[in-house]
Design a protein around this ligand. Structure first.
Ligand SMILES: NC(=O)c1ccc[n+]([C@@H]2O[C@H](COP(=O)([O-])OP(=O)(O)OC[C@H]3O[C@@H](n4cnc5c(N)ncnc54)[C@H](OP(=O)(O)O)[C@@H]3O)[C@@H](O)[C@H]2O)c1
Length: 337
């Protein structure tokens, strides 16, 4: 089968189309023909992991070190990127109960990656579910990572209708789904923060207001919020204090040890809470996300599709700063909604 393989870290050019062995499903696995796989933050991070220093990494040093151990210090140990996918079940192992051949599915492989390939195997109990009926393969493929992380983060808040939420980093993989869940599922009042080109995109996700971080520091405009979701961990503790209501909380989806210590300290000493969020992916959440999509509460906007062999070009566009939604590799073009 064809796959995009990288054997050295670096610029998008390291991604090469190669012939690799087609996987065979074990008794409890399904073989999936991949129709679409999106690019996300993790793909570009792992592709250039050699140049990511602990300082550039948005999580504590120990996560960086474990990441380096897992993905390889000098050269990649995992040679096929792609953590999300949609596609069709081609065949099943003899013990599989949840799926039959021909099922349309979408899923999340996390750090195992391997979705930039024509086929992949998933254990039937892995994070894989039937594809939402109201989405194309490209739209559905772009959902699992962002939605699972957004749902896990929003569950750490006790969000109620008409409360105010600020999403700092509303235009990437996770932020747009935090915006949609807060607005459409919890009926909150939502402000998104993003860069200039993606303001219309964040408005289309349902944000009531959008702040351009290149032009305005949200913490200096006098507005306060019940919850701040900080996707890249860009808010200082001082910014949080200024922008949170009296009993508000800041949820750091990315954080350093400084925020962990603040979380512990403020849990004893403060009424403005700090929460460092850790999310574990699971199948139940993906099934719930499918239901939310079918209920019209989550959508995805695909900006551009590329063919598998154009992966390097897709990575260049993803990193150009111009994207307005998801960038997806389309492997098999059956627009079967
Ligand atoms: N805690 C967990 O369990 C967990 C799980 C998975 C991932 N993560 C973390 O989540 C992060 C990736 O999130 P993602 O996939 O959403 O990333 P992403 O797709 O790269 O999006 C980053 C977002 O941050 C915005 N941004 C960039 N610079 C900013 C600034 N100075 N101020 C405010 N916003 C800024 C971007 O806006 P523009 O693009 O419009 O400029 C974009 O909206 C990583 O740090 C990862 O470690 C945490």
């Amino acid at each position: 089968m064809k796959a995009i393989v990288f054997t050295e870290y670096g610029a998008p050019e390291v991604l090469k189309l190669k012939e690799v062995p087609k996987p065979k499903p074990k008794d409890n696995e399904i073989l999936i023909k991949v129709y679409a796989t999106p690019l996300n933050f993790g793909d570009t991070l792992v592709r250039k992991f050699n140049s990511i220093t602990p300082k550039k990494f948005h999580m504590p040093f120990i996560f960086w070190f474990l990441g380096k151990l897992y993905f390889g210090f000098k050269k990649p140990k995992i040679e096929i990127l792609g953590s999300e996918f949609s596609g069709k079940v081609e065949s099943i192992g003899k013990n599989v109960k949840r799926f039959i051949a021909g099922d349309q599915v979408f899923g999340y492989r996390g750090p195992r990656m391997g979705a930039y390939a024509e086929y992949l195997c998933m254990n039937e109990n892995d994070v894989v579910a039937h594809k939402p009926t109201n989405m194309s393969y490209e739209q559905a493929a772009a959902i699992p990572y962002g939605a699972i992380m957004a749902l896990g983060s929003i569950r750490k808040a006790n969000l109620k209708a008409k409360q105010s939420v600020l999403v700092n980093g509303a235009s990437g993989g996770i932020g747009p789904i935090v915006v949609q869940l807060a607005k459409k599922h919890f009926d909150a009042i939502v402000t998104g923060v993003c860069g200039t080109p993606r303001i219309p995109y964040v408005i289309s996700m349902g944000a009531d207001k959008v702040i351009d971080y290149t032009k305005e520091d949200f913490s200096k405009n006098g507005e306060t919020y019940d919850y701040i979701f900080d996707i890249l961990g860009k808010c200082s503790i001082e910014m949080c204090k200024r922008s949170l209501k009296k009993n508000g909380s800041c949820l750091y989806v990315s954080f350093k040890m400084k925020q962990v210590f603040q979380m512990l300290w403020r849990s004893i000493a403060g009424n403005k809470k700090i929460v460092c969020v850790m999310v574990n992916e699971n199948t139940k959440d993906l099934i719930f996300i499918k239901e939310l999509i079918e209920a019209g509460k989550i959508k995805s906007i695909v900006d551009r599709c590329y063919r598998l062999e154009e992966a390097a070009e897709a990575h260049r566009y993803f990193e150009s700063g111009n994207k307005q939604g998801s960038v997806v590799l389309t492997l098999y073009d059956e627009h079967n909604i």
